[in-house]
Design a protein around this ligand. Structure first.
Ligand code: ADP
Ligand code: ADP
Length: 221
């Protein structure tokens, strides 16, 4: 589903954020991406989302070489990818429902379909009773679950999470990880960037490790 073939990324000022990175993630995989701050994790995710482009090498998503996707193809490409951030990036002046509905409203879905899909997504993360709540009245774990509901509301085939448990205690972190495992069980490819080595090693999924832009574990030669 996601394939990197000797991918390098050099930023304008000459810094190599990724160096010859190669790996394959299959459709039914849940994979952790780890490495110190500055190792290149966010850069790798930005390339998958086409927020940035590789300097050298090939990135393929669902068989499509991203070099062939032009500006106009980017929204269609991103519709297949749900993204979860550490700080949720929720709209705090809008209730839970509106936050989760946002990608559908942008996508031009009709009113009834928005309601149906938002409730299906909230149900999956266990927040159906909170649709009218304002985000600030929710706990950190609940806010993160709103972020996950928003990420899956368009039913993406790939879910990317950048430090999704960074602000949560171990118990809530485990709960959030179980949610990702649930989505993975129904066929969503999941890639999670995380520093939380204790949690990652307990979960026994595949681990890709970046060190100064090089993949030092979990890749292919
Ligand atoms: P991580 O997510 O693992 O912390 P990043 O992918 O954010 O790592 O960063 C990898 C390296 O690339 C770092 O040295 C960072 O300073 C650099 N970098 C990231 N984004 C940019 C950018 N837009 N311009 C220049 N350098 C960047
Ligand atoms: P519908 O297919 O009628 O829109 P749902 O949105 O509730 O209904 O999803 C139906 C099934 O598809 C559920 O079992 C759900 O877990 C699964 N599913 C498959 N892919 C995804 C995805 N990307 N996000 C959420 N659910 C998904």
């Amino acid at each position: 589903m996601i394939s990197f073939q000797r991918v390098s990324k050099r930023y304008a000022e000459g810094h190599d954020a990724l160096r010859e990175v190669s790996f394959d993630i299959a459709k039914d995989d849940l994979v952790f991406l780890t490495g110190h701050s500055g190792a290149g994790k966010s850069t790798l995710m930005r390339l998958i989302m086409l927020m940035d482009r590789a300097t050298r090498g090939k990135v393929l998503v669902d068989g499509v070489d991203l070099a062939t996707v032009g500006k106009r193809g980017i929204p269609g490409h991103r519709r297949n990818i749900g993204v979860v951030f550490q700080n949720h990036q929720l709209l705090f002046d809008r209730p839970v429902f509106d936050n989760v509905a946002l990608p559908l409203v942008i996508g031009g879905y009709d009113y009834r379909e928005v309601g149906r899909r938002v409730r299906a997504a909230l149900d999956k993360v266990g927040l159906l009773s909170k649709e009218r709540a304002m985000p600030l009245t929710l706990s950190g774990g609940e806010q993160q679950r709103v972020g996950i509901a928003r990420a899956v509301v368009c039913r993406p085939r790939i879910l990317l999470a950048d430090e999704p448990t960074g602000n949560l205690d171990p118990e809530l972190s485990a709960e959030i990880m179980r949610l990702f495992e649930d989505f993975n069980q129904v066929g969503v490819t999941v890639l999670i960037a995380s520093h939380d080595l204790a949690l990652i090693s307990r979960l026994r999924h595949r681990i890709l490790t970046l060190k100064e832009g090089r993949l030092v574990n979990g890749g292919v030669a």
